[in-house]
Design a protein around this ligand. Structure first.
Ligand code: COA
Length: 424
């Protein structure tokens, strides 16, 4: 029974994330190693689940182990110059097959029926990536090893609009009709920044990015002077940071070996791997029309508990200008409203999502409401509360008799709220 309750709790707690992620674009890097791993089918199930929740998905796949295996079977090696492969015309002819086979495997696994999904998913691809040759560097001709020249944003977006999952292979063609092999991690970065994706998710063989002592880093926010011991971590951190600087909201590095890591990262507060963000992703701002659903999501559990007064959707819509919210990664985690009554202001509907409490958000909203009230020339701020009396007293409010409430402010005697006031 307790496990059952855990699931119910988990599901309830994840609902704000479900709403926040809906219709957002996520670019997922899926390396060839992940496709070979025993956890791959779980991973695909979770990707299918994201699709069914309305997330727009682009999968950029790699195929390194598949290419290596195919070349080994043909007694050929992919020559390297430093860390970069040199793709001669002979090698290109041999590696297009394993890349194609890997892509087909992804398409097949996404086309399979999934326990969580009843409708068949549409998987699509195309010549979305224009490539150019890497050229000759330090005397080495890289032949068909290329770099991204352009990603066709409009074409990908139009596929995503039709709920298709777009699969991008690590190859691109030049306007002259030549084919180039691309670095899949870099390609995922390029696709994400072109699409200005909400998220770029790298599946890695480790739980995330580790510091010099091997400790997993949960969140990277400082973008300067980062260095990591592991070259793969260094590369993923570099690509992620650059993506964030180019407009991708957030990047994640998570473990493809760990069952459920993707869902844990996306639907829980603490996540499972490392997330990389450019700057504080929380914003305190005035509410906008598209915030109504998020505000309702935040306050309705408190209304059901009787902590806040019930407000209809229509009322919130009509009084939206009064609301101030804190947005975190597309989700509204706290809100408050200010209503002027002659020379006084009422602070109402102050709420912080239970998972985001005790981090000063209530205090920040109070300060913001106080400052707006002062700007409006109001002399004091009052609040009617049943549960947070001490919270307000600790912030300079004083309890007053109900009969001193502004005359035009209706008082519901059944709620028996306390009336507290603070001079501004
Ligand atoms: C009151 C509320 C908005 C505070 O949000 P928050 O983002 O956690 O606020 P802050 O982080 O600025 O403040 C947290 C501090 O207040 C304390 N606190 C939280 N709720 C409290 C309460 N009801 N009474 C007294 N103290 C309280 C916390 O213990 C913490 O103190 P600490 O750091 O000393 O431990 C939040 O608890 C909430 O949403 N409550 C339900 C709605 C409500 O009652 N709203 C007020 C009516 S308009």
């Amino acid at each position: 029974m307790s496990t059952e309750n855990d699931h119910i709790k988990w599901f309830r707690n994840s609902s704000p994330y479900i709403n926040a992620h809906r219709a957002k674009t996520f670019v997922i890097y899926l390396g060839g190693e992940a496709i070979e791993h025993a956890n791959y089918s779980n991973l695909i199930n979770d990707i299918a689940l994201l699709n069914s929740l309305g997330v727009k998905l682009v999968i950029v796949h790699g195929a390194d182990p598949q290419i290596t295996q195919s070349l080994t079977e043909q007694h050929v090696q992919w020559p390297m110059s430093g860390n970069t492969p040199v793709t001669t015309p002979e090698i290109l002819a041999k590696i297009l097959a394993p890349i194609g086979t890997t892509r087909t495997r992804i398409e097949a696994s996404l086309s399979k029926g999934h326990a969580s999904i009843h409708t068949q998913m549409l998987v699509t691809g195309g010549n979305f990536v224009t490539a150019k040759p890497m050229g000759i560097m330090d005397g080495t001709d890289f032949h068909h090893t290329g770099t991204t020249r352009r990603v066709n944003k409009a074409a990908i977006v139009s596929q995503l609009e039709h709920q298709a999952i777009v699969v991008v292979s690590p190859i691109g063609h030049s306007p002259s009709g030549e084919t180039f092999v691309l670095d899949a991690r870099q390609l995922a970065h390029n696709v994400a920044r072109t699409l200005e994706a909400e998220k770029l998710i790298y599946f890695s063989s480790d739980d995330g990015i580790r510091d010099h002592d091997g400790v997993l880093i949960n969140e990277i926010t400082e973008v300067n002077d980062l260095s990591f011991q592991d070259p793969e971590h260094q590369n993923l951190a570099k690509l992620s940071i650059a993506a964030c600087l180019s407009g991708v909201k957030r990047c994640h590095v998570i473990n493809y070996k760990s069952d459920g890591a993707l869902l844990e990262e996306l639907f829980t507060r603490d996540g499972s791997g490392t997330q990389i963000i450019q700057e504080s992703y929380e914003k305190l701002r005035t509410a906008r029309p598209d915030d109504v659903a998020g505000i309702i999501e935040l306050i309705s559990p408190l209304e059901h508990e009787g902590i806040l007064v019930k407000r209809s959707r229509e009322l919130i819509e009509s009084e939206l200008d009064h609301f101030r919210i804190i947005e975190r990664d597309g989700m509204i985690v706290a809100c408050a409203a200010l209503y002027p009554f002659q020379s006084q202001g009422e602070l109402a509907c102050l709420a912080t999502h239970p998972e985001y409490r005790n981090d000063n958000r209530g205090e920040l909203l109070l300060q913001s409401i106080e400052s707006s009230a002062r700007d409006l020339g109001l002399k004091s701020l009052f609040v009617l509360t049943t549960q947070a009396v001490h919270w307000f007293i600790e912030r300079g409010f004083e309890e007053l008799p109900i009969d001193t409430l502004p005359e035009d402010r209706f008082y519901n005697f059944q709620r028996n709220s306390k009336y507290l006031k603070k001079a501004l």
